[in-house]
Ligand binder design. Sequence first.
Ligand code: NAD
Length: 530
Amino acid sequence: MATAEISTVILPRSPQGEFRNEPFIDFSKHDNAHAMKEALERVGDLLGHEYEMVIGGERLRTADKIESHNPARPTQVIGIHQKAGAEHAEQAMQAALKAFATWKYVPLEERVSLLLNAAHIIRERKFEFCAWLTYEVGKNWAEADADVAETIDFLEFYAREALRLSKVTTPIQYPGERNELLHIPLGVGAVIPPWNFPFAIMAGMTAAAIVTGNTVILKPSTDAPTIAARFLDVLEEAGLPPGVVNLCQGGPAFGQAIVEHPKTRFISFTGSKKVGLEIHERAAKNQPGQIWIKRTILEMGGKDSIIVSADTELDEAVSGVIAAAFGFSGQKCSACSRAIVEEPLYDVFIDRIRERVAQLTVGDPAKNPNMGPVVNAAALQKIQGYIEIGKKEGRLIAGGNIVETPEKGYFLEPTVFADVAPDARISQEEIFGPVLAIIKAKDYDDALDIANNTEYGLTGAVYTNDPEKLNHARRAYHVGNLYFNRKCTGAMVGAHPFGGFNMSGTDSKAGGPEYLYLFTQAKSVAEKLR
Ligand code: NAD
C-alpha cells in the first residue's frame, strides 16, 4: 500500500560517523508521552486497511486473506493481508531471480544508501512505528521503542558492516601476485521472521541479505503482517528497486514451498526450535534442478536462566529477574524463565520477587502498563497449560490466572513458581509467556550445572560480587549471550552480537561483525603481476 504520509528523501546517503545505538525514548517526559498518544490515535485511524502482496514491485491480491488482530482487544482488526499459497512461490522466485541479475552488480554504496535511507525514514516516524507494534503484537511503549530502535540499529550497523566487508582481503599478498578475497552474494534468500520482534528481526534479516547483494522473498509471521507491509513501504520510499524484496504474507504452506524451492540459495529464519529443525531438514533435501547446498541461518528458542549468587546485591538481582522474566510478558527468546538461586539467599529472594510481582500492572499496552497481553489465543492456551503443569511441579507463589477484560484480551498474570526441580518440564521447555520458575541451588557450582542442563543455550546471566565466580562462568556457562550483573534480555546491536548454542540455533550473532559473512560467499582471485 502506498501511504499518504510518505515524505521526500534525498538519495544517496552515506554513514554519518561511527555506529551509535539509537537512544531510547524517555516516555517520562511529557512531550514524548504526548507524541506517543498522538501516534496511537493517528495509527488507530489506519487500522483495518487491506495490504497487497508485492512481487517484483507489482501489487497482487489473493482470494484467501490473513487478518491480524490486536491481542489486547481481539475483535479489532489491525490489517488485512493477502495469503500466499505454495503456488505463489514460483512467481516470487522468478521476480527475485530477475532482480538478482542486476542487484548483485549495483554499486555497494547504493545498497548501503538504501539501508541508511530506510533508517532515516523510520527515525523520523518513530512514534508511529511504536504505535503499530503496540496495536499488532501488544508491546507497551518502552518495548515497542526498543524494537524500533533495534530496527534502526540493524539498518545503520549493517550498512557500515557491508562497507567494511568490501575491504576485507586475503591476509597475505603472495609475492608476484595481486590477491583478493571478494565477498559476493549468494542469490535468492527466504527470510522467515517470528512475530515477537516483528520489526527488528524481520528488518534486520532482510537488510543483511539485501545490502550484501542478495534478493529476498520475505514471509513475515501471520501474527505481525502489518508491520512488515509498513516496512516494505519504507524500503520502497528509500529507493528499493522492484523484485529485491518480495513481500509474501503466508503461513507454513508458503514457508515450506520457498524453503523447498530448488532456486532458494539460503534461508534466514528466526523462530521456534520445532520450525527451525523442520526447515533444516527440508532445506537439506536436494531438489531436482538444485545445484547448491542451501545455507540455513536458524535462530531458535531459549530456556534462559539468571543465577543469583548468595553474595550479590539482592535488589539488583530481583530487578533484573523481574524485567527479564516479565518484560513483553516473557515473550522474548532471551526472557529469564528460570531464576537459579543459591540456598542462603533463596527464601529472602522469593519474598522480594513476590513483593515486586504484586506491583506489576497488566493491561492494554496502549495505556503503557508493565505487561500487555500474550500474542494470541493459542499462546494463551499453551501458557495456561504450562501453569497447570507448574502447579504440580512447584509451589505457586504469584499469579497463575487469566486477567479478564471486557474486550477479552489475552492477558495473564505474571506467574511465579518456587521449589521447581531442575529437570521439571517448566524448567526445561520453552513456555514463551510470563511464567518464572525459581530453582534452589546448593552452591555456585550446582547453580552453573543447573543453568547448563537444558537443550538450549541462548542467554544467561549471573549476579555476584565475586570476580572468581564471574571468571568461572565465563568458561563454564554455555550460552551464546552471557551477561554479568545485568538482566539477560536487551541485547544491543554491535555491543552484544546475538545468537545461541545447541538447540537455540546456528549462533549467527546478529548485530555482530561476522553476521554479513553468512549472506555471502568468498571468492579468491589471484592475478599474476606482469
Ligand atoms: P514460529 O517458529 O512459530 O514461526 C516463525 C516463522 O516461521 C513464522 O514466520 C512462521 O509463519 C514460519 N513458519 C511456521 N511454520 C513454518 C514451516 N513449516 N515452514 C516455514 N516457515 C514456517 O515462531 P514464532 O512463534 O513466530 O516466534 C517465537 C519463537 O521464536 C520462540 O521460540 C522464540 O524463542 C524464537 N525466537 C528466537 C530468537 C533468536 O534470536 N534465537 C529471536 C526471537 C524469537
